[in-house]
Ligand binder design. Structure first.
Ligand SMILES: Cc1cc2nc3c(=O)[nH]c(=O)nc-3n(C[C@H](O)[C@H](O)[C@H](O)COP(=O)(O)OP(=O)(O)OC[C@H]3O[C@@H](n4cnc5c(N)ncnc54)[C@H](O)[C@@H]3O)c2cc1C
Length: 342
């Protein structure tokens, strides 16, 4: 690919043509025009394979500016890398000659490791916390999880076992992706929280476990039913929180007739649509739980439900639940707008 011609001395190329090297003025101008766009270069990348002979260790003597010992690397090329380099040079030559070009410069031989640069020169820093299935020979497993501590994951280039010919970043990202999916799967297995929007709202409330409990009607639920209810809530809880939940779930606060009214109210406030309905979201159960969790709101909640029946009895001569849809909406209209007479 043509370049600007500032990265090399154009006169120097004359040596390949048996011409005088050097010069300035018009000669230089001519040389620039002559060589501009006529030279191409190639550089090769291969894989530095994983070898036990290559390793890093804590340097026993050198520390960094904070007094932390630095890493010391022992690294050398093997015949695998040397043969790759030789093959690359032969291939480059073949390409250039088949294009009708002339190969310039020296071709490095075995004495110069076929042109291999020093290890690390390409600055693609990878490795040191190697991935592998054997805890004795590797630091992390295939999911970048420490063999020694399963709640620690290394999601950078550390788990690379070899220095591939490709730039590292895409592989770092691909491995991190796999690790993330693994963590999610593990979380699901252990019933830790994977929240959807509704669950998160519910958890916000469930998370605030404070206050005492004043049950007005205390019915004990069978143990199996309580256990089933607990596992309906897919959240991570400490043992203490879980015990508290179990205690509340074993009790009952609202009468059945009140729960029917709560369910109807919830359906009026959030009618079902394609996103779901309040039954599936377990809104009545949540309100029941909330009432048990926050004793301070019990009187208001029960009082509000009683008020509904008082009002509809006075106005329509029947309980709220037996009112028509229109009548129920009229009642809600009264209390749902700040500028209503209520
Ligand atoms: C100039 C340059 C250009 C590059 N270009 C490309 C490219 O184009 N494409 C590509 O894929 N790769 C490229 N690379 C390589 C790539 O950037 C590295 O391979 C990659 O960043 C390694 O990621 P990492 O998270 O494992 O390590 P790093 O990105 O090096 O992160 C290590 C982190 O650890 C911190 N750290 C070190 N010691 C301590 C300590 N004691 N306590 C706390 N923190 C510490 C460092 O400050 C650093 O933030 C390039 C690298 C360089 C230097």
């Amino acid at each position: 690919m043509p370049s600007y011609g500032t990265g090399f001395n154009p006169n120097d190329l004359n040596k390949y043509l048996g011409l005088k090297v050097g010069g300035y003025g018009n000669q230089l101008r001519e040389d620039v025009k002559k060589f501009y766009g006529s030279v191409m270069g190639m550089s090769g990348r291969g894989e530095s394979i994983a070898r036990e002979d290559n390793y890093c260790e804590i340097d026993p003597t050198t520390v960094d500016e904070f007094g932390i010992p630095v890493l010391r690397f022992k690294y050398s090329w093997s015949d695998h890398e040397r043969k790759q380099a030789r093959h690359m040079h032969n291939t480059f030559e073949e390409i250039i000659e088949n294009m009708g070009g002339i190969v310039l410069g020296d071709k490095p031989g075995a004495d110069r490791d076929y042109g291999l640069l020093n290890p690390g020169r390409i600055i693609h820093e990878v490795g040191t916390t190697r991935m592998g299935s054997d805890p004795k020979k590797s630091v992390v497993n295939e999911f970048e999880q420490l063999h020694d501590a399963d709640n620690v994951f290394i999601v950078d280039a550390g788990p690379f076992v070899s220095q591939a010919d490709k730039n590292p970043t895409w592989t770092i990202m691909a491995l991190s992706w796999r690790t993330s999916e693994f963590i999610i799967q593990e979380l699901k297995k252990t019933k830790y929280l994977v929240m959807n929007r509704r669950d998160s709202i519910r958890s916000l409330f469930l998370g605030s476990m404070a206050g005492g409990l004043a049950l007005e009607s205390c019915v004990t639920e069978p143990k199996a039913a309580v256990e089933q209810k607990i596992w309906e809530y897919q959240y991570g809880r400490t043992p203490e929180e879980q015990a508290y939940d179990e205690k509340l779930l074993a009790q009952k606060f609202f009468e059945n007739s009140e729960l029917v009214k709560i369910k109807r109210l919830a359906n009026l406030i959030l009618p079902p649509n394609e996103e779901g309905n309040i039954e599936d979201a377990k809104v009545p159960e949540f309100i029941e739980f909330m009432a048990k969790d926050f004793s301070s709101i019990q009187t208001q909640m029960r009082g509000g439900l009683m008020w509904l029946d008082n009002y509809t009895n006075k106005t329509y001569g029947k309980d709220f639940i037996t009112c028509s849809d229109d009548e129920q909406h009229q009642v809600l209209d009264l209390i749902a707008y700040p500028d209503s007479k209520f």
